[in-house]
Design a protein around this ligand. Structure first.
Ligand code: CP
Length: 326
């Protein structure tokens, strides 16, 4: 849906961040490198740098969120930007105002960036085509389509643990059909050059034609976990399911739940990831979610650094600018 034409400006720099699809390996690595340089800000006594001072960012979340909304807010604050959190349930949208009118109203307040989560695939892309040229749009999750900052914080977590991507076998497990995270992960993993990406899911939760994205499909979890370095668990996206795609949650857990016994099939140093929110006893046991190989809470922390990186880059600010502010 999103090529890199609309995401990049005329000089090839990131203008909007709508999808990991179509972006080059060097650009994805640059996001990870920028995030590395921002990661230490949260450990300082004063957790702020003045990189985006004077910029105004609007968080527009038309769907619920805990991690993404709050880490975007913290990221903006750590960059010294002003941030508006539009409460959609109490905004004029609930009185019938169109998305376009809401956007133009916020533009009139001289916003510089919109961070958008929406239930409709393509919403962030549409907004990027509507806004004034100085405004950047960041996709914080659109329908089943994409969740690019989640994918990049996951890539950051993998790079921190495994150093490079080229020898890795990665398994994405669960509800691939409804998952915007899975799509963004697959594009990012392909571009960053992993050895193999597997998806492990029941037939009913595998999107048609997913093999065309270069992944191996496994319906049996025990076979799919053999030799795996990184396990990414996904929750069942019940809010997007129409009809009965699954047996009971108990049966799902028996066949696709990540337990300690199943984790032992993967490589001994495999890491366990989950974008959250997690459903304990449905896709993952508490023992694994809270266990030594789990990096789930690290993913949340890394979300701040990645979102700082993407916000800075879309506003045309770099690591060098940051060093000059220290
Ligand atoms: N991972 C993720 O998008 O979580 P939230 O829905 O809490 O933002």
């Amino acid at each position: 849906m999103t090529g890199n034409i609309i995401q990049l400006d005329n000089n090839g720099n990131l203008k909007h961040f709508l999808s990991t699809e179509g972006l080059s390996q060097s650009l994805l690595q640059s996001i990870l490198d920028h995030a590395e340089s921002f990661a230490g800000v949260g450990e300082r006594a004063v957790k702020k740098i003045p990189l985006l001072r004077g910029k105004t960012i609007a968080n527009l979340f038309f769907e619920p969120s805990t991690r993404t909304r709050t880490t975007f807010e913290l990221a903006a604050k750590r960059l010294s930007a002003d941030i508006l959190n539009l409460n959609i349930s109490t905004s004029a949208t609930s009185k019938g105002e169109t998305l376009s009118d809401t956007l133009h109203t916020l533009e009139a307040m001289h916003c510089d960036m919109f961070v958008v989560r929406h239930a409709n695939s393509g919403a962030a892309h549409y907004i990027a085509t509507q806004v004034a040229p100085h405004i950047s749009v960041i996709n914080a999750g659109d329908g089943r389509h994409a969740h690019p900052t989640q994918a990049m914080l996951d890539m950051f977590t993998i790079r921190r643990h495994k150093k490079s991507f080229e020898n890795l076998r990665v398994a994405i497990v669960g509800d691939i059909l409804h998952s915007r995270v899975a799509r963004s992960e697959i594009h990012a993993l392909n571009t960053l050059g992993v050895l193999e990406t597997r998806i492990i899911a029941p037939h009913t939760l595998v999107p048609k034609g997913v093999e065309d994205l270069g992944v191996q499909v496994y319906n049996d979890m025990d076979t799919g976990l053999e030799g795996i370095d990184v396990i990414m668990m996904l929750r069942l996206q019940k809010e997007r399911m129409r009809g009965a795609l699954l047996p009971s949650e108990q049966e799902y857990f028996q066949r696709y739940g990540l337990t300690s016994e199943r984790l032992a099939i993967a490589k001994p140093d495999a890491i366990v990831m989950h974008p959250g929110p997690i459903n304990r006893g449905v896709e993952i046991s508490s023992e694994v979610a809270d266990g030594e190989q789990s990096v789930i809470l690290q993913q949340v922390s890394h979300g701040i650094a990645i979102r700082m990186a993407v916000m800075a880059m879309t506003m045309g600010r770099s690591n060098d600018d940051m060093e000059n502010t220290e």
